[in-house]
Design a protein around this ligand. Structure first.
Ligand code: COA
Length: 205
């Protein structure tokens, strides 16, 4: 079994949309994800992927074991969480973030958030901003844990029910620039994730 942090691809969309629908009242469409992955020059979508070998049919186990010594193993994957980052003119904006409902409170939300902060630093953004429902206390805790502060309130921000949003911000000042990368490396090392998202430039899905 392996865990990877990488750019979202078109092939991830069906699983991502399922998580989205279970996580938000107004889910993004497949088309929106495809646009963000393939066309938007300002977007850096991320996923955490779990991958494991497909078990062989019973009677063929022995033969399979022999064959996998010489042919690549087939694998299956599961998306455990995803996030979206826009970066325009020095401002990074977290557009979305969710972990799979069956895999919450395992640190994946934190890894996704931290990876987007690290990406924002790499892109030389001055700050990271986001909106969060005033009722979404769990997400607010996550953002506060990583240094975000509430800068204001956006009234009736959400179209579906008119709920207000907090405007939360993390200024990427010198002290964050100095300390964050080491903090991020420690988090990734601890998680055992292979991080392709912050390590490589984006390629189209
Ligand atoms: C918010 C969300 C992404 C957190 O993901 P997660 O994988 O469960 O979070 P983590 O395990 O990484 O938790 C990190 C921190 O977030 C906070 N947190 C997350 N879930 C929490 C909960 N149920 N209760 C209290 N704090 C919580 C805590 O500060 C936690 O740190 P701790 O474990 O040291 O207490 C997840 O709940 C989710 O997908 N929610 C639905 C979508 C959503 O609301 N997205 C945010 C839109 S603005």
């Amino acid at each position: 079994m392996s865990l990877k942090l990488r750019y979202m691809t078109l092939a991830d969309i069906p699983q991502v949309v399922q998580i989205d629908r279970r996580s938000f009242r107004s889910a993004w469409s497949e088309k929106t994800y495809a646009y963000e992955i393939r066309e938007s020059p300002y977007t850096f979508m991320v996923v955490i992927e779990e991958r494991w070998p497909i078990p062989p049919a019973r009677g063929w186990r022995r033969l399979w074991q022999f064959l996998t010594q010489v042919v690549p193993t087939t694998t299956e994957n599961r998306i455990l969480g995803y996030g979206g980052l826009w970066c325009i003119q020095g401002e990074a904006h977290i557009s979305t973030i969710a972990s799979h409902p069956d895999y919450r409170r395992r640190g994946y939300g934190e890894i996704l958030l931290a990876s987007m902060i690290q990406k924002s630093l790499f892109l030389e953004a001055n700050q990271v901003v986001l909106e969060v429902r005033v009722s979404n206390v769990n997400a607010q805790r996550l953002y506060q844990k990583w240094g975000f502060v509430t800068a204001g309130i956006k009234e009736h921000y959400y179209h579906d029910d008119g709920e207000d949003a907090y405007d939360m911000r993390l200024p990427l000042d010198d002290s964050v620039r100095l300390t964050f990368p080491a903090q991020y490396s420690a988090l990734i090392a601890q998680s055992g994730l292979d991080d392709e998202y912050t390590a490589f430039a984006r390629t189209r899905g």
